[in-house]
Ligand binder design. Sequence first.
Ligand code: SAM
Length: 261
Amino acid sequence: TSFGFRTVPEESKESLVKNVFDSVASNYDLMNDATSFGVHRLWKDTFVSTLRPGRKGPLRCIDVAGGTGDIALRILDHARETYADRETSVEVVDINAQMLKEGFTRFKKTMYHNTPQVSFHEANAQELPSSQFKDDTYDLYTIAFGIRNCTSIPAVLKEAYRVLKPGATFACLEFSKVNNPLLSTFYDQYSFTVIPLLGTILAGDRDSYQYLVESIRKFPSQPDFAQMIRDAGFTTGRDVDGGAWTDLWGGIASIHTGVKV
Ligand code: SAM
């Protein structure tokens, strides 16, 4: 353990993650706003607006660990507002039914509800059922703040590679490693004290938020993650001059992309 926090054994990680998101589902959006001062919204906007899928729309997209549909909604709004595209679709996939339920309810208030543009599916990112999520199907695979919760990153990447069409794009938004030592110290202090405290006050749930902070610390650095993406078969830009990833806010989060060969 570090900083007195529990270290989670790998085999129980899946059920733990499920419990974490069960317990945070209804407070999830509020907590996101509180812990990041709303910055997660800006990052998600940047993520979606800078995606460069290899072809013109309409696109068939899959948003994995999609939770309450933040990314799906942005993809659909972006397609409509920028390209007047009402045919792009997003399949939201998550392991947690509670999160999907929140998402479904939220989409009821949008114009996408009851259209083929959005659908919700309960599945594990590491083993997407191949009867439902077929090989070479999607133009775009997104995963935002989700991959670090998965037990096996290589398994997730392998599935992403499988379901994407050749030439299609994998894009991941995730908390990452801060490069600047001063910012890093400040950020560590903040995340280990303020976030669990906010979890207690706003959600009555300190443990879940401690888990989230711990999972961020354990996630691989930008170059290591880029290498994992290449190991799964994707091509990426080069590490040094950008391309393989883009840091947001000095590396508090980063966007990694890869293209299926
Ligand atoms: N993408 C959404 C967003 O950016 O707001 C949700 C992110 S939330 C922090 C992480 C999500 O990952 C949760 O909804 C959780 O249920 C989901 N998750 C965790 N492990 C997963 C797995 N193995 N397969 C699919 N989803 C998973």
